[in-house]
Write a protein that binds this ligand. Structure first.
Ligand code: ZN
Ligand code: ZN
Length: 356
């Protein structure tokens, strides 16, 4: 008994000692962590291949593990993102990517949730990199207007940061965005919108009416391929150009869950939400739609993203899938941080990260 008191007493003293030194301990750990983090780039540790990371797995609604739509693609050592939803660039940093190395952004369409992070992507890339040119933003015709608007909105910020940090950190020549417009290809046709260092990026038309233009992107690098749909209904054009690809990253809205929101809104006499929840299913694909496309195209793996509505309860994922898991069993439900690696010239598909 006495022995136990002595042990407990020593233990308590150690805890008190550590607690009284907590600031010093934190400072030491922080110093080591900062030195390890400073300049580190996760891309340096990746094998040669095509890599994908969800910097934002959600749609427009706030969700705990699903920020606004943002998909990072690394081909070899080159980093790109598709869409620039809220918090995308911050999630890139949390995963260890360096936005200062970002080669370009590909926009699928101009809905607000896909472009609202553009200004911060450009700013953090500008201040964190060595580029002397603005961030290229590839998109269908109309992207010029988006880019001009952001550049106008951030013009004062450009001058503040240049005045404060100078040319080393914030050269005026690299401030902001540069539009790289292309014509949306007709159905059954692909348009090459980027080609360099073994990577080919092709745009394809998708159906998000009345939103037009709306495109998806197919990335091909050293025998590996992935396709990111953007927002769309179930679409034969996506199936056609997904034939045999390794990874299909398909948007998904669960009509059964949105119908529950619709009923709840009606019950609370919330006219706005009643109307919105009635409107949105008709220009998105359900998980069952995405699974059928994946099955019929014979893809390697299906990653659901642009998850609507937010999945916040245990068990809700099964409600979300609503049978899609039986149609195409090789799937992952996206959340922020989920990452895949497709090693060059192989048929392997590795899930390398399951969250942030
Ligand atoms: Zn969207
Ligand atoms: Zn949309």
């Amino acid at each position: 008994m006495k022995k136990r008191f002595i042990v407990l007493g020593v233990f308590a003293l150690v805890i008190i000692g550590l607690y009284s030194q907590r600031a010093n301990i934190a400072a030491t750990l922080l110093q080591r962590g900062l030195e390890a983090q400073m300049g580190a780039n996760i891309v340096d540790d990746l094998e040669d291949g095509l890599h994908l990371a969800l910097c934002g797995a959600g749609g427009p609604m706030p969700a705990p593990k699903a920020s606004g739509p943002c998909v990072a693609v690394v081909a070899g050592t080159k980093l790109f993102i598709v869409d620039a939803g809220t918090d995308g660039v911050r999630n890139l940093l949390r995963m260890g990517y360096q936005p200062g190395t970002l080669q370009g952004v590909f926009l699928t369409h101009f809905h607000s949730d896909h472009i609202d992070g553009l200004g911060e992507v450009a700013t953090i890339r500008w201040a964190g990199g060595e580029f002397l040119e603005p961030l290229p933003v590839y998109g269908p015709t109309g992207v010029e207007q988006i880019v001009a608007g952001f550049n106008t909105a951030y013009a004062q910020d450009f001058t503040y940061r240049h005045a404060h940090h100078g040319d080393l950190v914030a050269p005026m020549s690299a401030a902001g965005l540069k539009a790289m417009p292309f014509t949306t290809p007709p159905v059954d046709t692909l348009a090459v919108v980027y080609e360099a260092d073994g990577l080919k990026v092709e745009a394809l038309a998708v159906n998000h009416l009345p939103v037009e233009p709306a495109v998806g992107y197919r990335f091909t690098y050293k025998g590996r391929s992935l396709l990111i749909t953007g927002d769309t209904t179930k679409d034969a054009n996506i199936q056609k150009f997904s034939e045999g690809i390794d990874l299909l990253v398909h948007e998904a809205l669960a009509p059964n869950l949105v119908a529950m929101m619709h009923e709840a809104a009606k019950a609370r006499d919330n006219a706005l939400m009643t109307k919105i929840t009635y409107d949105i299913p008709d220009y998105h694909a359900s998980p069952v739609d995405a699974a059928e496309t994946a099955r019929d195209a014979g893809v390697g793996h299906l990653l659901y993203y642009h998850i609507v509505p937010p999945l916040v309860l245990p068990g809700q994922q099964l409600l979300f899938l609503d049978g899609a898991e039986k149609i195409f069993p090789d799937y992952t439900i996206g959340e922020d941080g989920v990452s895949f690696t497709l090693p060059a010239n192989s048929d392997e598909i590795h899930l390398t990260r399951s969250g942030l």
